[in-house]
Design a binder for this molecule. Structure first.
Ligand code: FAD
Length: 497
């Protein structure tokens, strides 16, 4: 059988596999990215991206296309059957410190086409549509995979296989990795619509109608599109709800069905699962293959993008012999608590929305409405940073202060950044080793976000995934970063050891 060799085999070219491929390609890693289907996934999925993810997708070549065809969310409101506010979030109209809107409402295929176009420019990555992973074996330090294409089955030998192959992941199942089920499993019909007559929006408010008689989500997407999600009632089957007539009747309280075209519809079970192991030797999982969450926070794709950004620089460091596999042990250690925290929030929100028992809904309303209305509406939904893989002074998402008329991210690319008040031997050595170094006073930082992150410290080191690694003396930061890359562990300061 024909056999090819590569450094990384990426299985699945959804948004996570495509972003990972671009990050690896930017670092010159050789990879083969295989995708079973010819086209991007045709059914309705992500509608929301947060500002952190837009930034990571910008580094992967996907954010501009989204920005051109998206709109911000003016608020996200959970209201009961009577229309009273149970819970809400209202982002400011300003850009986030990352330089992107807090929320971008979009159309997932737009992103996937843009990422694939960027991936096609990567000279070290070979992209193969209509090539499906059949199986693989671990062989020595790597794997040998069997891949089926129109020309038959062939083998790919790789140092790493990364399963970005979605919720039903072949890579995960073949590795025998079990899922931790977080106890949420609810059936919903998801309907994407296109507004007629050039209408760009029905509403800029994301609305969860927590009506026990029929929970419904109404959500703006890209201009000209609107999403409805409709919970199935107990005993209802998919075939009872998917017809045009049934959909028109169910969305009647929210929109005139004659003013829109139903573009696509699907019945999903919204569930919450996290793989128990995200890496087994050369086998790694990312995105939906590693975790799936209900969409009430709009964070599944965002989380998968964070996985790709966390992983790519570590894979490259191992492949280039700068470190051992132990650096990859930090991948799940850093990502899983973050994903778990978000999944728990999404499940908690889902439990508010998915209440179908009238008495339980009455009690929910009584409890939630007891709090003053002002405290039920938060200014914006901000996520915690990471808790390991950072120094004590790190963990938050770094601001992008701008650079040379553009974004600092454009200049730095997908790499670690050191920003200093004044250059010194440590910063020169960091630059000499290929790191990106900028002086604080050369950066516009118009809103002062970076200055605030600095405080009175002399330097900040930012990881390739844009979390602040730490703030302090440049020599201490670069030393700790080198130690982290070598071992996957952040050295404990002498005083605390
Ligand atoms: C209704 C709904 C709403 C959502 N809303 C949001 C939202 O607002 N915001 C958000 O961030 N997320 C949202 N999500 C989640 C988001 O869509 C997913 O998290 C995201 O698509 C996962 O990307 P992925 O690349 O990991 O997997 P996928 O997009 O599933 O891609 C996996 C790819 O692998 C391919 N593949 C599978 N098996 C093989 C094989 N054996 N060989 C080769 N290729 C293979 C598949 O064909 C597919 O292209 C939503 C999901 C749903 C269902």
């Amino acid at each position: 059988m024909k056999r090819e060799e590569t450094e990384v085999l990426i299985v699945g070219l959804g948004p996570v596999g495509a972003a990972l491929g671009v990050y690896l390609g930017r670092m010159g890693v050789s990879a083969i990215a295989i995708e079973r289907d010819a086209e991007v996934y045709p059914l309705p999925r992500a509608a929301h991206l947060d500002h952190e993810t837009m930034r990571l997708l910008h580094l992967a070549g996907g954010a501009e296309a989204v920005a051109r065809a998206s709109q911000p969310l003016s608020s996200y409101e959970f209201r009961n059957a009577a229309g009273e506010l149970l819970l809400g979030f209202k982002p400011t109209g300003d850009l986030a410190p990352t330089g992107w809107p807090y929320s971008s409402m979009f159309h997932q295929p737009t992103l996937e086409h843009a990422l694939r176009a960027r991936l096609a420019e990567m000279s070290t990555v070979s992209t193969r549509l209509c090539h499906a992973l059949k199986t693989y074996e671990v062989a020595g330090e790597g794997i040998v995979a069997q891949v089926e294409s129109g020309d038959g089955v062939y083998e790919i030998a790789a140092r790493f296989i990364v399963g970005c192959d979605g919720g039903n992941s072949t890579v995960r199942r073949k590795a025998g990795i079990a899922l931790d089920d977080m106890g949420f499993d609810e059936p919903w019909l998801v309907v994407d619509t296109v507004l007629k007559n050039g209408v760009t929006r029905l509403s800029t408010i994301g609305f969860q109608h927590c009506d026990p008689a029929r929970p419904v989500t109404s959500m703006p997407m890209a201009p000209g599109r609107h999403r409805f999600e409709i919970m199935l009632r107990p005993g209802e089957k998919p075939e009872d709800v998917v017809s045009d007539e049934a959909i028109s009747a169910m969305i009647a309280p929210y929109a005139d069905a004659s003013a829109l075209d139903i573009e696509r519809r699907a019945v999903y079970r919204f569930h919450a699962v996290i793989a128990k192991t995200w890496r087994a030797g050369p086998v790694i999982l990312a995105g939906d293959a590693a975790h799936q969450m209900p969409p009430f926070l709009g964070q599944g794709l965002c989380s998968g993008t964070r996985d790709a950004a966390n992983l790519a620089f570590k894979i490259e460091a191992v492949l280039r012999g700068r470190t051992k596999d132990c650096l990859l042990d930090s991948y799940q250690a850093e990502r899983e608590p973050h994903v778990r925290m978000i999944t728990e929030m999404a499940v908690a929100m889902g439990r508010v929305v998915c209440t179908q028992d009238a008495e339980a809904a009455r009690q929910r309303d009584e409890q939630m409405l007891a709090a003053p209305e002002a405290s039920r509406m938060s200014p914006l939904l901000s996520l915690d940073g990471i808790r390991s893989g950072i120094l004590e002074s790190g963990g938050a998402i770094a601001p992008d202060p701008g650079f040379d008329g553009g974004r600092l991210d454009d200049a730095a690319g997908y790499a670690a950044l050191l920003i200093v008040r004044a250059e010194d031997d440590a910063s020169r050595a960091f630059a000499g080793a290929g790191g990106f170094v900028a002086r604080l006073d050369a950066l516009p930082d118009r809103a002062g976000h970076l200055a605030a992150a600095f405080g009175d410290r002399p330097a900040i080191l930012i990881r390739p995934d844009r979390y602040v690694f730490g703030a302090g003396e440049a020599a201490a930061l670069t030393g700790a970063w080198a130690a982290y890359l070598a071992t996957g562990k952040v050295p404990v300061p002498a005083a605390a050891a």
